[in-house]
Design a protein around this ligand. Sequence first.
Ligand code: HMG
Ligand code: MG
Length: 302
Amino acid sequence: MKLPSKVKIVDVGPRDGLQNEKDPVPAEIKIGLVHRLQDAGLKEIEVTSFVSPKWVPQMADNAQVMAGIQRKPGVRYSVLTPNMKGFEAAVASKPDEIVVFGAASQAFSQRNINCSIEQSIERFAPVVEAARAKGIYVRGAVSVALGCPYEGDVPPESVELVARLMKQIGVQHLGVADTIGVGTPVKVQRAMEAALKYYDIDDVSGHYHDTYGQALGNTLASLEMGIWQYDTSSAGLGGCPYAKGATGNVATEDVVYMLHGMGIETGIDLDKLIDAGKYISDFLQRKPNSRAATAILNKRAG
Ligand code: HMG
Ligand code: MG
């Protein structure tokens, strides 16, 4: 066990959380969520994606959202860019970090970004080069690293292959993503070990959706390996439009509650984070999908 003493959380709620919402969420609400997250102490926020509005209409206001944020010093804002068209559109918004997103299965790659794994790497390569030339940090995501909605089981070797290809084109950080939330702790550790063949422990993160209620366990299993960076989503929002039935990311509130209880620092004020999650949940007219948020809100009410 080599538990980290500090953890960095990237709140992906504004992007991963909201991309799947059927009814449009106005840009001002997305901006309001970003502002509340940074006020709660989040230092990394995944704001939006520069993808085709035909594929993901909810993210069509990407530039408007980026332009509306009052940036807080010390906070880093990231956006998804699947190709040069997306990158060129994103540059004007001055992201601190971009994300290229590949997959550990051919079928998911095809459904999500309309190309094979190999073609995706060819599309990412110039994006990575252009971003790095501008000093923009490049993160990569490997979707369906623990299981695919179309192909089923995904072996660690497939994660290893994508990790190798991402490393070869200069992707600086690799996020191992359980897109449909089917992973369990030991399987997560095997996938992480595969990523660690090409990336340092300081350059990998876990991105766990909570569809099967495994995401906190998977986070703990990763913490035990020394992994200290995680993507989470306030109020447990989200899902991927191209992964039917998959629910949101693990709730930021639940992860922060667990980490603080373990004496691990996050720099996040849990109470303010609860307010951020309540803000977006109220807008969406539903309860936060977070046990910690529910418990704390009940306590406040009582
Ligand atoms: P394509 O159709 O193969 O692209 O889509 P194309 O290059 O053939 O272009 C077709 C049309 O799209 C053209 O427009 C392009 O201009 C336009 P037309 O001439 O027909 O009017 N286009 C774009 N427009 C805006 N921004 C762009 C862009 N690129 C082309 N960047 C593409 C390929 C990747 C664009 C498409 O498949 C797409 O947008 N996919 C989005 C998928 C997505 O956003 N999924 C959700 C995010 S990933 C995720 O949630 C997983 C993650 O959370 C980790 C995990 O949990 O696994 C990260
Ligand atoms: Mg995701």
